[in-house]
Write a protein that binds this ligand. Sequence first.
Ligand code: NAD
Length: 482
Amino acid sequence: MTMTGVDTVTQWPMYIGGISRISERVSPVTDPGTGMVVATVPAASQEDAQKALAFAAQGAEVAANMPTHQRMQILNQTADLIKARRESFAMLIATESSKTIREARKEVDRCVDTIRLSAEEARRQQGEVIKFDQAPGSENRVGYWQSGPVGIVLAITPFNDPLNLVAHKVGPAIATGNAIIVKPSGLTPLSALKLAETLYEAGLPGPVLSVVTGSAQDFGDILVQDPRVRMVSFTGGLKTGKHIAHQAGLKKISMELGSNSPVIVLNDANLEAAARACVSGAFWAAGQNCLGVQRIFCEESIYDEMKKRVVQLTAAIRMGDKMDESTDMGPLITEREAARIENWVDEAKSQGAHVLVGGERKGGSYYSPTILEDVPPGLIVLEEEVFGPVASMIPVKDLDSAIQQANNVNYGLQAGVFTQDISKAFYAIKKLQVGGVMINDSSDYRIDAMPFGGVKGSGLGREGVHFAAEAMTEQKVVCFNL
Ligand code: NAD
């Protein structure tokens, strides 16, 4: 079987403790654009999961004893190798996921940055002197605290950024001296496997990293529940996140979940910039983006003008072949997802919503970029995460009304606000219940070094290399009684 534009592949192995394993039971990887199976990976069993745990227990010792310069060297070399192989990583992402080749290249560039930041983070794993003599009776004590690895980190990742979201867990875990088991999305496991190969090539000892492929239903709970795993770092949907949090028991958890992000456009905003940012933010990766713009609140006096611009820009989006350099938007990840989006839009229409542009299933996994208006409050396309190419425009009386509606959902990842008025910007920053507020940009802005995460149903804890690294460590206090 040949993968479009990438290596000739029949069967990819998974890596348990650095050793490649194949299996009689396999799981197909499908190109969502063509619907063709492009590769298979092993469908791991419970026994495979147990082996990965046993290797990780050894790997935790190895990783903790790796000197900082070695961790940095491995991560820097990995970044160099990914950079040198940018195009083949991008082709792989654009084949197994629904991203276009141009979107895939951006993800590879960000992954290089994430791994490079992780290398730098390794040297920042320090501690500080504690002034014990502040407590009466402790005058003769000296000491400090130092940070150390938690031991084994379990990384569970989604399909929509199949490379960089794995790097956001693996990079900080290696920087902090942890062993790591990756359970990538069953839909897009190949980028994670290629990243693992690159890390081993750069010198990462095998037991430090395992990548277990297949269906989480078969072995997910075994990994999540195991007491040797000291942290579960999860990125994915709210429903899965809740299940994992219940299974995990007494261990660290980080949850990077979804949202239905708002953008607020006030009447003094630069409307051209606002429209461009909203459209780009709504349809990046066909809307399968945790930061994707889903609800666009516009003050009434500029609503019609914004609507005109948003519709025009949306209508100009070229949807099609992911490998074509001129394509702006690819398909949904599966036909099932396209059917779900179709149902949600149809339901909104039946309740009185109007389709301003799009609203059509285009065959297979394709759904056209869609803007809705007049969506009655409480409908699923406003309340839940659409995770597809559908955004709604909502006129509002003023900033307070926009903030009230923006906050009135169970999510809060990031928000965008367009205004030239600094006091209104600060007012919105104070009132919006989210993990990040972007002034004069959409919710869809992120660099890999910033703290990233949400409130309410959008998650627990923060990623962003430094913040993920901090979460993957424990502080140990040392005190000398002189
Ligand atoms: P998902 O929740 O369906 O799956 C995520 C991962 O969890 C997959 O690897 C899956 O196999 C695994 N999983 C499922 N059940 C499990 C179990 N019982 N035990 C262990 N692992 C299990 O999510 P998805 O559809 O792949 O991704 C889309 C979601 O991810 C969206 O909600 C999106 O907003 C969210 N997301 C969040 C961020 C963020 O940083 N906040 C980034 C990207 C995506």
